[in-house]
Unconditional design. Structure first.
Lengths: 115, 111
């Protein structure tokens, strides 16, 4: 597609529920990144994929968070047993290579609200 | 651990003024630095990317400079317009390309 897309744009859930957030990267981009942005803060890195494998998941806050990219394109971020503190905007970005000079392009984000 | 700081946190200027946004980082071993714009409730739009070997990049009324040794970057906006009102974020690229962001500068340009 023309840009990175994310669905849903908004997700409201109850504490303790399971949610899945989807990211469609720019076609042909091999690297995919997930970030989380809390109100008034800059985005914080969660995980990145090079192809199908998670090359760095050091930013995932705990084992309730998990992400997959089974075919090297679309990625899903999964959050189990959601907590109110998980409320944030979840941003996805892609780049042509997970190389240092490559520019990242961001999607519009998914706003997650945990009640 | 890399830390990125942006000053000021908020800035209000009259239309037509030239302005400078500042970004500093603690570890000079970066691969590149990117400036982004974020409108309320929206995602990030990439403005400029400066590779570690470069000193500056220009796009229209925007000019970004990089001084790796001192851990600083500036974003210069010439002849500001109300449409420039947004939050501006800088981010440095570390290993694997993951970005480490500052907290942003919220810019308001008054007509």
């Amino acid at each position: 597609g023309a840009g990175v897309s994310q669905t849903p744009s908004n997700k409201v859930t109850e504490k303790g529920k399971y949610v899945e957030l989807r990211c469609d990267p720019i076609s042909g981009h091999t690297a995919l990144y997930w970030y989380r942005q809390s109100l008034g803060q800059g985005p914080e890195f969660l995980i990145y994929f090079q192809g199908t494998g998670a090359a760095d998941d050091s930013g995932l806050p705990n084992d309730r968070f998990f992400a997959v990219r089974p075919e090297g394109s679309v990625s899903t971020l999964k959050i189990q047993r959601t907590e109110r503190g998980d409320s944030a905007v979840y941003l996805c970005a892609s780049s042509q290579l997970a190389a240092r000079y490559n520019e990242q392009f961001f999607g519009p984000g998914t706003r997650l609200t945990v009640l | 651990k890399q830390e990125v700081t942006q000053i000021p946190a908020a800035l209000s200027v009259p239309e037509g003024e030239n302005l400078v946004l500042n970004c500093s980082f603690t570890d000079s071993a970066i691969y590149n630095l990117q400036w982004f714009r974020q409108d309320p409730g929206k995602g990030l739009t990439s403005l400029l990317l400066i590779q570690s070997s470069q000193r500056e990049q220009t796009s229209g009324r925007l000019n970004a400079s990089l001084d790796k040794s001192s851990g600083r970057s500036t974003l210069y906006i010439a002849a500001s317009q109300p449409g420039d009102s947004a939050t501006y974020l800088c981010a440095v690229s570390g290993q694997g390309g993951k970005l480490i962001f500052g907290q942003g500068t919220e810019l308001s340009v008054k007509p």
